[in-house]
Design a protein around this ligand. Sequence first.
Ligand code: B4P
Length: 187
Amino acid sequence: MLNIVISGAPGSGKGTQSAIIVEQYGLSHISTGDMLREEIKAGTENGKKAEALINDGKLVPDEMIIAMLHDRVQNDLNNGSVKGFIFDGFPRTVTQAEALDSILKQKNIRVGVMLNIDVEQNELVKRLLNRGKTSGRSDDNLITIQERINVYEQKTMPVIQFYDKQGKHVRIKGTGTLDEVFAQIEE
Ligand code: B4P
């Protein structure tokens, strides 16, 4: 089973490249950002807790997102032939990375590779402001974007070392066309 973690700062293109990987390789796509936006739309308890945090550019609590991720992995495995998973935007903290290892271990599967898409800050801000013109996303505004980037540097960058120690981290240069970025991922 091919299991990929795709990570990177907000606007680095994780969601974009995940969609291409899913189309080519038929993996089950788990985007925790999309899951949270669905919870908010449906007005669930988790959605209510997440809404203000997302609007402020903060992370939702580890316990909540880990429980959601666990349920989703279990459901996908129950519902048929999963070729593998792509974890998009998860793990975002070292606690989440440890939890993912233990969830997968219980199911006799493991992360094969962690792709970290690297894009410099000015470009991230430019992309997200541009997306904000049409996305309707409450977090695609300058103040929240800056906070999301701060949170990424403080909480998510240590996850790179976590996978580095396991020999699973691969850096992907995230600038260039979508095809150019995808070509590196395929390699
Ligand atoms: P996400 O939905 O994961 O938001 P994101 O980090 O902004 O990533 P996204 O997938 O949208 O953007 P991408 O990098 O693909 O999370 C939203 C919020 O939910 C978080 O801030 C947090 O509050 C919460 N959350 C989610 N997961 C959590 C977790 N595990 N723990 C705690 N909280 C969690 O960038 C896409 C943009 O770049 C697009 O505009 C695209 O057109 C552009 N782009 C992509 N590739 C490009 C290229 N090569 N050239 C030019 N533009 C490109």
